[in-house]
Each structure stands twice: as C-alpha cells, then as structure tokens.
Ligand binder design. Sequence first.
Ligand code: ZN
Length: 450
Amino acid sequence: MSASSAAAVADSPASLAEALSETAQTTDATGQSAYEFIRELYPICRSITGAGLRATLRAIGERIPLQLTEVASGTQVFDWTVPKEWNIRDAYIKNAAGERVVDFRANNLHVVNYSAPVNARMSLAELRPHLFTSPSHPDRIPYRTSYYRETWGFCLSQAQLDALPEGLYEVVVDSTLSDGHLTYGECVLPGTSDREVLIFTHCCHPSICNDNLTGIALATALAQFIAARPHRYTYRFLFAPATIGSITWLAKNESQVGRIEHGLVLSLLGDPAAFTYKKSRRGNALVDRVCEHVLRESFGDVRIRDFSPYGYDERQFCSPGFNLPVGRLTRSSNGEYSEYHSSADNLQLISAAQLAQAFLASIRILATLESCRAFVNQSPKCEPRLGKYGLYGAVGGKGPDDFEYALLWVLNQSDGAANLLDIAQRAAMPYATIARAAAALEKAGLLRPA
Ligand code: ZN
C-alpha cells in the first residue's frame, strides 16, 4: 500500500522536496564532477578583488545563470570601504645566479595575497622581514594576506628558507593596486514563493582546495540540482569574497534581507572530517533544527556547535543589526585542521567521495526545509476513513506499517501549529516517512498548508 501511495505522489516531475529520497548512489557522479571543477579552478590566483576572482565567477557562470555585480573601490559599506583592486602577473625572488628560488608561477601561495608592487635588490637580512614560513610544518607554504595594510611579502617552506645562502637577491612583485571594483556573483532561482533561502560561499582564496573551492563547487552543483526541479522557495546563491563580500552585499541589499527565511554558509566540505554545523545567532531557527536533525539522522557522527562571532561570513549575516537565520555547514572548521591555510590544503586533502557525501547532506537539508511546514487537518473530527482515499491497508487485523503509522501521526498533529519536523521528532519516525505521508494526505485533500 505504501509503495502505491508513493508512486501516486510522484506523478509530477520530482520536486526538490522529494529529493529527501536521494541516496549515495545518485550523488556519486556529482562528487566526481565537483572534484573536476575544483581541479579546474585550483591554479587560479584569486583574491578579494581582481581578475582571478572574475575568472572564477565566469567559470561558475558557465554552469549556472550568474549575475555579476561590480562595486567600485572606495564605496562605503557600513564601517568598511571597498578596497583597491589587486591584480598580479608575476612575482619571484632570484638569487645571484639569476635563478628563481621563490616563484609565484610554481605556486601562487608564494606571494602574500594583495602584495603591493616591488622591484628591488636586497640582502637576505633585508628580505627576511618579508618572508613567512610555517616552522611546525617545514615542507608547507603558508597562505598569508595583507588586504588592509599596503605591504609586500613572500611565503615559502621553512626548508626553502633554510636553504637560502647569504647574498644579494632580486625581489619582484609585478602587481597593481588601483581603483577598480569588487565583484560578486548571484544565481537566483525563483520558486512559487518569493521567500528566500540564501546559500553563501566565499571565493577569494587562491590555490587552496577545502577552503573554499569545495564550497564553490558544491554550491554550483546544488544550484544545478535545484534549477532542474520544481521548488517552493526562491534560492539565492551568493558567491563573494569572504568578509568584505558579504558586508558589501548586505550594504547593497539591506532592504531585501527580510525575504530570507533560511540561510546557510557552505565551506570546507571536502576534507575527511565529520560534518560540523554551526548554529545561527538565533540558535533555534528552523535551519538550526533541520540541520541538526538531518545530519544526526543521516550521518550520526556530527558536531553541532552554538554560534560564536568568529569564523566565516555567518558573522556578518548574524551581526545583531541583521540577526538572520543563517547557519554554517562545514566538515573541519577554520583553523581546526593542520592543512588549514597552507599548500597542504590541496587536491590530495579532498576527495570526490567526501564531496558527494556533502552534496547528499546539503540536498537532504534543503529538501527538508522545502517540505517542512505546518498543515491543517481537513477532517479533524475523528479519524478520516483512510481506506476510502486508497491510503490504508485493506486487510484488517495487522498493525499499521510505517507509512500508515506516519499518516496517523500527521493527521493527529496537523492543527496548524506543529510542522513536519515537530511531528517527526514527536513520533520518533524518519523525517522522510512523515513528509511522504503529508504529501499523500495533501494530495488526497485531507491536509492543507497552514
Ligand atoms: Zn580561509
């Protein structure tokens, strides 16, 4: 009986809400294509402004409809100012023999991101204050930035530094810092409602994979997935540089943010660690409850954290003047894995399988948000006779199966106040079974949305 009910519900093209039934088998290919996209983006030298950021947004725009916004340097955005645009062609340190001993072309992490131009000869002693290493991991190149202080520098492995003899070095950073624009991209997928789900991912890190090419690739894959399915909410995917990007977007869209019903910052989703969900500042928003429930139900071993004012762009969305219901989904968190902000956060740290699992987690979360609403029982005086609607087993005497049991729970609890997550938790039943029962009851005319 339950199988035929499910088939009846699936007459129309599968909606996003029905993606609750997606399994690892159906998301494997997405993990592989996300990994390939990351491999394509990995060599680009991104920053918070400039050609690398635009090239990345263009690559995303080849896969999903993406509207780019350019905001001029000098624009005031709350307490911040959009910085000068940074572009770089080359950077190196040459020894006395004219050999490049530190070479931006070998790895773009070698230059401190946002370095001002320099072209000089200097001794190793003069050069040293501009060199950054990671002594605890002597083979890794650290990732450093100088966004808001005009200076220059190089990053190299401790082993590389230790091998440099005294002598005269030629130091070149062929970059420009000049008035230009900060760029961000938005993909808006209108639903039947103008209430929005915001998905944010930062896209300003250069050759770093987990942080945050994984967020970029997964947000792109999610947008493709949702674009192909009917959905209730309007989905807004926002690809922007960390901190200054979300601040700039909020400053330019302040009057629109009331539409945001749920939001997620996606980042660091390809490493081997278990999932971490960081709650919104509100702490009890539906997105907080849904993420905790879905992750525990699907993956068991997960970390649920309360909000704290440090991390990624959830800090801006959850600043007290906005206090939006925006949480954050990662595997490892910023600063909590040894490869963080170094050359070891590379294509070997992440895997297609880990990306596929993160994709599955994300679509289950979004499908739950889509389907999770309160309903009103249209036949509330005594139980309706479910057999009449083809919803209940014809053979009496046996107990109800899971689906039938879910029908009874949904009918009993649908008083316009309890939503489907409330009901699943009260019934201690899988959310997908409760949602399938509600869909069948709505189709039979026994429920209507509250
Ligand atoms: Zn980072």
